[in-house]
Design a binder for this molecule. Structure first.
Ligand SMILES: Nc1ncnc2c1ncn2[C@@H]1O[C@H](COP(=O)(O)OP(=O)(O)OP(=O)(O)O)[C@@H](O)[C@H]1O
Length: 321
């Protein structure tokens, strides 16, 4: 099966006062239709820049310097600005942490959704509204016809985010990239939306990249997981592999610090130290200064070790499953 999204060797650099930093460093992964790929890592690891780079939305002082982004086999990096603009929103859509990045506060939900439909599809206003109503239904919005008449501020935060996800669905995109889309919501609303997202991936066949700092979220939602550290994918595999048998010491550290996966009452271990500044990365493996397994060998570039499709960038990978 052709992957809906196939990212190969994506590399993005920023020109900063401290010199060039590589925020996304040779990132590769593929997402099949109907599957959810969780892209996880601490703040500053490069998750958002990866999302923006996929969509071709990196501006100076940043630049995508290498790689390919194939959507249904078409490399977005080879497209003209105009063709890329057409692909965005139609074939690849993005959902942000703040739904107001997508929604216009002064327009009724139905009007702005109908407008968004008609940008890419020749359709009467009433047909576009019906299309919008169905999209609201897919994301579990009760009384969707009523909601079409509401302004964004009349909806709760959870409803607004559902509307933003419905907007992303309007053109039946092959790929949806969601960046911390439920992080600002309370846990029960987050859980409901994650369940809807699972269902919509199954129903619509969209490939979803779910970006989050929260490994607990992706452990319940994702089919596949990529763990990012200092701009690199340090571990990649199915959710079962990565959660059930992590092979990178960093992934193990993240898992150890999730309360739900831990014995109640026991103090949670934290990964010592903090995420490195990209302008001051250590030689070799960037996780080395925080890693319990590191030796002098880790001052050299870590090799890629692949076992049963579970890939890890490490000199001393853990046993796994
Ligand atoms: N406009 C910019 N100029 C310079 N450097 C940038 C810029 N945007 C991002 N970076 C660099 O890229 C790194 C990764 O940023 P990114 O926003 O992708 O992290 P993230 O993993 O999404 O974290 P968060 O969860 O906090 O958003 C930053 O730490 C920073 O060094």
């Amino acid at each position: 099966m052709t992957a809906a999204l196939d990212v190969k060797g994506l590399t993005t650099r920023f020109e900063t006062r401290a010199g060039h930093v590589t925020a996304v460093n040779d990132v590769s992964f593929a997402v099949q239709p109907g599957r959810i790929m969780g892209l996880v890592g601490e703040s500053g690891s490069g998750k958002s820049v990866t999302g923006f780079s996929i969509l071709g939305l990196i501006d100076a002082p940043g630049e995508v310097t290498a790689g390919a982004v194939l959507v249904d086999g078409v490399d977005l990096r080879q497209l003209s600005t105009e063709d890329l603009r057409k692909m965005r929103g139609r074939k690849v859509a993005m959902v942000f942490q703040d739904p107001m990045m997508t929604l216009n506060p002064v327009l009724r939900v139905g009007d702005q959704m109908a407008m968004a439909v008609r940008v890419h599809q020749a359709m009467s206003k009433s047909d576009a509204l019906e299309h919008a109503r169905k999209a609201l239904e897919v994301v579990g919005i009760p009384s969707p016809a009523e909601r079409l008449k509401a302004y964004p501020h009349q909806l709760s935060g959870g409803m607004r985010q559902r509307v933003a996800i419905a907007m992303a669905l309007l053109h039946s995109p092959s790929v949806i990239i969601a960046d911390e889309a439920t992080t600002a919501l309370d846990v029960s609303i987050q859980g409901q939306i994650l369940a809807e997202v699972r269902e919509l991936a199954d129903k619509t066949g969209a490939a979803i990249v779910w970006i989050t700092h929260d490994l607990a979220v992706v452990s319940s939602l994702a089919d596949d997981i990529c763990v990012m550290y200092a701009g690199r994918i340090v571990e990649r595999g199915t959710a079962e592999q990565v959660i059930g048998g992590p092979r990178h010491p960093y992934t193990q550290g993240l898992l150890d610090s999730i309360p739900a996966l831990h014995e109640p009452g026991r103090k949670l271990p934290q990964i010592p130290g903090s995420t490195p500044q990209l302008s001051r990365l250590p030689e070799g493996c960037p996780f080395r200064p925080r890693c319990p397994r590191a030796t002098d060998l880790c001052c050299t570039e870590p090799p890629l070790d692949v076992r049963d499709g579970q890939a890890v960038l490490c000199h001393y990978p853990l046993e796994g499953v």
